[in-house]
Design a protein around this ligand. Structure first.
Ligand SMILES: Nc1nc2c(c(=O)[nH]1)N[C@H]1C(S)=C(S)[C@@H](COP(=O)(O)OP(=O)(O)OC[C@H]3O[C@@H](n4cnc5c(=O)[nH]c(N)nc54)[C@H](O)[C@@H]3O)O[C@H]1N2
Ligand SMILES: Nc1nc2c(c(=O)[nH]1)N[C@H]1C(S)=C(S)[C@@H](COP(=O)(O)OP(=O)(O)OC[C@H]3O[C@@H](n4cnc5c(=O)[nH]c(N)nc54)[C@H](O)[C@@H]3O)O[C@H]1N2
Ligand SMILES: [Mo]
Length: 763
């Protein structure tokens, strides 16, 4: 495409402070303030009565699946409503009355909107019809569906190779949409299918596959009441998976213990006032965490090694601590692990972990005596250079205790997006799978490419280098979610065409290619004729989801229909596949899925009601597909940071008022931060050493391979966080994560251990 003047787009928005108020962090989650916050959000965005009706359908058998997190629904959903405060916010966000329509784009140019914060952009509302940003133009204008599809098709045809196209998926898409999308990418000829999982639980997938033979967790919801110990590592369920707190509550009520490992003492894990119980509203709630190990950022491997070393010592002294029968029948590498633990220096591990020896002993004591153990984790373990080894170390502990494939025990990587696991199961994957390729050939009659595709970080590099020219996104907000914001923004803007299938406006629509399209789609809550779609929850259960609200505009199409239309316009008459039929008949899509993946027999029928579980070998303690037919112990290295005296490790987390890049509001109630997001949490002693006062404004800089990256203007907040560690929110801090810095094997950006310095603001 010939050269047009480059648009003047801000990748981050103008930086302005709002109204910071700091209070004591809350010492419990949910309760009355949770109900109040939920009601405030829904009334403001979408009207109270309309929202309450929508919420009453959420996570019910005939209703729709919450578009928030992937935590499973109980067998008997509460009649009062099976949702949490943050689920209510997700609904408010989708069912908002605000609209991004022709008038909006006439009034505001993309250059102007790009100066807004992500919060302001998101609050603009739902997109009402297809829009195009033509080369050289700075205003989106309406375009017909037909012309938009023709433009997409023409650009895809003009590529020199199918590998010049990128097909990104975010985890909110249904199984049906994701399957069609993956099928189209493969029929088109590429495996370039990066997805949000690459930035999220990819390390879990890799670590679990290599050790247990399946990239998913092994527990189901009914294991929680049975568990004797639940360890929650690197996860903040009070904010990100609030319905998980009810499962933890049941574990506690049955006498179970909870061990939490986190650099922060997160309120949601301290005490829970269940808003669905009278006692939760009037009473003092349930204490959740019994033992809190305040680990330093990224020192979980040393901590877990120390725990295992002390357990091994007790075992050696004759106490029956390890499940030796399980170990000899089902595992490989036990002796090597014991040797490694033996050689580790106790004091070094202790110092690295930052946790007191007596606290570790209390955890060891509980773990020594119990055998039904669940380990839950999320981004606090996956988004590090050694993310994969973090997971393997958790597996080591479970294997020593025989806590796999047994009721009340197992692995629980708590998934993020509501269908991120389902999208993977039905074929969104940049890796080549021989069996999948074979199946697709049998069912659809074409041979998919055998060339490995690009994941998120490599797709960004390819676009930046001019090797990929068309970017299509099925949902998500690529530029704000990915690392190295400025670099990713340049990468997208260098594309000839970017196409976003979206519900709401976001920054990726602004860091657009030379030509850009927004194809507006129905959300989860909305009626899609009489169709239902299916999703898979965090525990491998597939079930239906059916929206019932009137769509935000009559000009929206469903995701499966949009994907199928792109395919049918691209192939015209030349495809064996009847894309039009697939785009309108989801039973037919499910039939095709069940032909390609044998686990989905009788798919349409079985997904009704409460749904069905996909097979899970780890749940059955069947490791026959692994070397020697055994689960694998791993020897993990200690993480290395080599910090200079003025350097800190920064983790980037979610506030209580956001869903990834969608900012619901400006408060982080549990952590006592109100009205502001540009804050950095810091240990008071570190502040003193650096002569920093509370609310003083600083810049954060990171250096990587000779390049400085700077995130400007953050207010310092004294907080209970280990010395040498910092915490701030994403996406504001993504600008600091170098594109070249990602986890070994999983390629997940290291969003939780960024080495930074604190500097005086530049201006
Ligand atoms: N309301 C809401 N719900 C969500 C989301 C949302 O944004 N908002 N996002 C969804 C998505 S996609 C995902 S992936 C999940 C994310 O769920 P989480 O992983 O809970 O999300 P984060 O905010 O990234 O929190 C990470 C936690 O790990 C801790 N941590 C950071 N570094 C370390 C470390 O080195 N070691 C240990 N032990 N702990 C560490 C942090 O202190 C924090 O408590 O939530 C999903 N659900
Ligand atoms: N620094 C840092 N970066 C991170 C993380 C971190 O912890 N720290 N976490 C990472 C993680 S875990 C993840 S999962 C990624 C998230 O990456 P993404 O999934 O790409 O980002 P989201 O913010 O969830 O996407 C929000 C957008 O999705 C669109 N959308 C919402 N609902 C629908 C729908 O039903 N259909 C369609 N088609 N579109 C819809 C809307 O337009 C909305 O603006 O971010 C990652 N980035
Ligand atoms: Mo995620």
């Amino acid at each position: 495409m010939s050269n047009y003047p480059k648009r003047n787009i801000s990748a981050t928005g103008i930086i302005e402070f709002s109204n910071l108020k700091i209070t004591e962090p809350s010492d419990y989650a949910a309760g009355v303030p949770g109900i109040k916050a939920a009601l405030e959000h829904v009334s403001k965005e979408a009207g109270l009565f309309r929202s309450l009706r929508t919420l009453s359908q959420m996570n019910q058998k005939e209703g729709f699946d919450c578009p928030g997190c992937a935590w499973p629904d109980p067998k008997k959903p509460s009649k009062l409503g099976e949702y949490c405060e943050n689920g209510a916010k997700a609904i408010a966000e989708e069912t908002t009355y605000e609209r991004v329509n022709r008038d909006f784009f006439k009034k505001y140019s993309v250059e102007e909107i790009s100066n807004w914060t992500d919060y302001q952009i998101g609050k603009s509302g739902r997109i009402t019809e297809p829009f195009v940003l033509r080369p050289g133009s700075i205003h989106y204008e309406p375009i017909s569906w037909l012309e938009a599809l023709e433009i997409t098709s023409e650009h895809l045809h003009n590529l020199a190779s199918p590998d010049e196209a990128i097909f990104y998926t975010s985890g909110r898409s249904s199984n049906e949409a994701a399957f069609l999308y993956g099928l189209f990418a493969r029929a088109f000829g590429t495996n370039n299918m990066p997805d949000c999982s690459n930035m999220c639980h990819e390390s879990s997938g890799v670590g679990l596959s290599e050790t247990l033979g399946i990239g998913k967790g092994s527990v189901i919801l009914e294991d929680f009441p049975e568990a004797e110990v639940v360890m929650v590592i690197g996860q903040n369920p009070g904010t990100n998976h609030p319905r998980m707190l009810s499962a933890l509550q049941k574990c506690k009520e049955n006498g179970g213990k909870i061990i939490t490992i986190n650099p922060l003492s997160e309120s949601g894990l301290n005490r829970f006032k269940n808003p669905q119980q009278i006692s939760g509203i009037l009473g003092s709630g349930t204490i959740l965490t019994d033992i809190f190990l305040q680990v330093k950022i990224n020192q979980d491997v040393p901590l877990l090694k120390l725990i295992m070393k002390r357990l091994a010592k007790r075992h050696k002294n004759g106490e029956k601590v390890f499940d030796t029968e399980f170990i000899s029948a089902k595992t490989s590498g036990y002796q090597e692990l014991l040797d490694d633990l033996e050689h580790q220096n106790e004091n070094k591990l202790l110092e690295l972990s930052g946790v007191s020896s007596t606290m570790i002993d209390s955890a060891v004591d509980v773990l020594a005596k119990k055998s039904k153990i669940i380990i839950c984790w999320a981004m606090g373990l996956t988004q590090h250079k050694n993310g994969v080894e973090n997971i393997k170390e958790c597996v080591n502990l479970l294997l020593l205790k025989g806590s796999i494939g047994k009721k009340g025990s197992g692995t629980c990587p708590v998934r993020g997006h509501s269908n991120v696991q389902g999208d993977r199961s039905v074929g969104i994957m940049h890796h080549v799978s021989e069996p999948l390729n074979k199946s697709i050939e049998q069912v659809f009659g074409f041979k998919p490419s055998v060339k490995e595709g690009l994941d998120t970080v490599h797709a960004i590099k390819a676009m930046h280098d001019g090797k990929a020219k068309v970017f299509v996104a099925l949902g998500g907000n690529f530029v704000s979610a990915a690392s190295d914001t400025e670099y990713t923004s340049e990468a997208l803007q260098s594309c000839d065409l970017t196409v976003s299938i979206s519900t709401k406006l976001n920054r990726t629509h602004l860091t657009a290619g030379k030509m850009a399209l927004i194809l507006p789609t129905l959300g989860r809550t909305e009626k899609d004729k009489e169709n239902f779609v299916t999703v898979e929850n965090s525990m491998g259960k597939v079930h239906q989801s059916m929206g019932r609200m009137e769509p935000a505009s009559e000009n929206l199409k469903s995701e499966p229909e949009i994907v199928a239309s792109i395919a049918s316009h691209y192939f015209k008459e030349s495809s064996e596949i009847d894309w039009k039929a697939l785009g309108s008949n989801y039973d037919l899509v499910r039939e095709k899925i069940s032909q390609v993946f044998q686990e989905y027999q009788d798919y349409s029928k079985k997904s009704k009601g409460s749904g069905f579980y996909l097979p899970n070998n780890a749940r059955e303690a069947d490791f026959s597909k692994l070397p020697g037919g055994k689960a694998q112990f791993s020897i993990c290295k200690l993480p290395e940071h080599n910090l200079k005296p003025n350097e800190f490790i920064l983790m980037t987390v979610r506030s209580h008022d956001q869903f990834n890049t969608t900012i619901y509001g400006m408060n982080d109630r549990y952590r006592g931060v109100h009205g502001e997001r540009r804050v950095v949490f810091m240990n008071p002693k570190d502040m003193e050493n650096m002569h920093l006062k509370s609310e003083q404004v600083v810049d954060l800089t990171s250096f990587y391979k000779g390049k400085e990256r700077r995130a400007e203007k953050f207010k310092v907040i004294p907080y209970n966080i280990p010395s040498g560690n910092l915490c701030a929110y994403f996406p504001e801090t993504n600008i600091l994560v170098p594109i070249g810095l990602y986890a070994d094997k999983s390629n997940t950006p290291v969003s939780k251990s960024i080495i930074v310095q604190i500097e005086q603001p530049k201006q």
